[in-house]
Design a protein around this ligand. Structure first.
Ligand code: FES
Length: 129
């Protein structure tokens, strides 16, 4: 006996995954934060500080650059750094951690630059740093 292919209604799928709330909006530093030892970021490399929503990169010439890792597309915190490429988990936008520029849509605006300096051998980033 053959059974017909029955379409089982999927009634139990909730919509909880799209609630959008939970824990408040993430943001880049609003005051200077001590990120770590200066030596953690070598020339041509970048380091993602997830807790502070900041990426710090060092140009080949030695200068430090820092950017907010709040995605300019829809505001997700970027949580992945491959080499010097930042990858947003929400819709796949990619950014260059050294220049802040968009490498892959849907984002179109570069990351927001954050002031950064070295103080007593420590990397300090944030407004008025
Ligand atoms: S929020 Fe980052 S790609 Fe959409």
């Amino acid at each position: 006996m053959l059974r017909g292919a029955a379409l089982v209604p999927v009634a139990g799928l909730g919509l909880a995954a799209c609630s959008g709330g939970g824990g408040g909006a993430a943001s880049a530093p609003t005051a200077p934060v001590d990120l770590g030892a200066e030596g953690e970021v070598a020339p041509g490399h970048a380091k993602l500080y997830r807790d502070s929503n900041v990426v710090v990169a060092r140009e080949a010439g030695g200068a430090l650059k820092a950017y907010s890792t709040i995605c300019t597309h829809a505001g997700c915190p970027i949580n992945k750094l491959q080499g010097t490429l930042l990858i947003c988990p929400c819709h796949g936008s990619e950014f260059d951690a050294v220049t802040g520029k968009v490498r892959r849509a849907p984002a179109t605006e570069p990351l927001t630059e954050v002031p950064v300096k070295v103080k007593d051998g420590r990397i300090v980033a944030g407004p008025a740093a």
